[in-house]
Design a protein. Structure first.
Length: 166
């Protein structure tokens, strides 16, 4: 999906994405996620869009994480962006048709994404968003169904309004 399509029905998100593209600053993302608060559905949507924007060049996001190392918004966004980078590095081909180099890069980025997810969870334990990102790590890491169910339960426990089935 083209990043601007994410913002079709969210003018605040569109404004933030436009400002980030124009200025290279992380501040529009910080303000947007702070204003989103505990609206977890909207937060997840916005994190996904911002992460997709950041994944090709994480300069502004890396700056945010460096400047505010204990900011849960920066960490959850970095976690999701790393997950996207991992899957982009792997590509969409079957594993048997993916080069060893691409698979090794995928595994390396997944491990890095895991660290960002863990830290995002530590900084904001109520947020389901990093748990959703972790589901993609489990799939990519070919972990057990038990791990997936465990992360799914954690996600659902934080998203009380959702229709999660545990």
């Amino acid at each position: 999906m083209v990043v601007t399509e994410w913002a079709a029905d969210d003018s605040a998100l569109k404004t933030a994405l436009d400002e980030i593209k124009t200025t290279g600053s992380w501040m529009p993302a910080a303000k947007l996620l702070a204003a989103t608060g505990r609206d977890w559905d909207r937060r997840s949507y916005r994190v996904e869009a911002l992460a997709e924007s950041a994944a090709p060049d994480m300069t502004w996001l890396a700056g945010w994480c460096a400047e505010r190392p204990d900011d849960p918004d920066a960490h959850v966004l970095r976690a999701k962006a790393e997950v996207l980078c991992a899957w982009n590095a792997r590509g969409s081909a079957y594993a048997s048709q993916t080069s060893d180099e691409a698979m090794a890069n995928f595994a390396t980025i997944l491990r890095r994404a895991q660290q960002w997810c863990v830290r995002a969870i530590e900084l904001n334990p109520d947020d389901p968003t990093p748990w959703v990102a972790r589901l993609w790590l489990v799939i990519g890491g070919q972990e057990s169904p038990h791990s997936f169910r465990s992360y799914w339960k954690e996600t659902c426990a934080r998203e009380v309004k959702s229709k999660c089935v545990v």
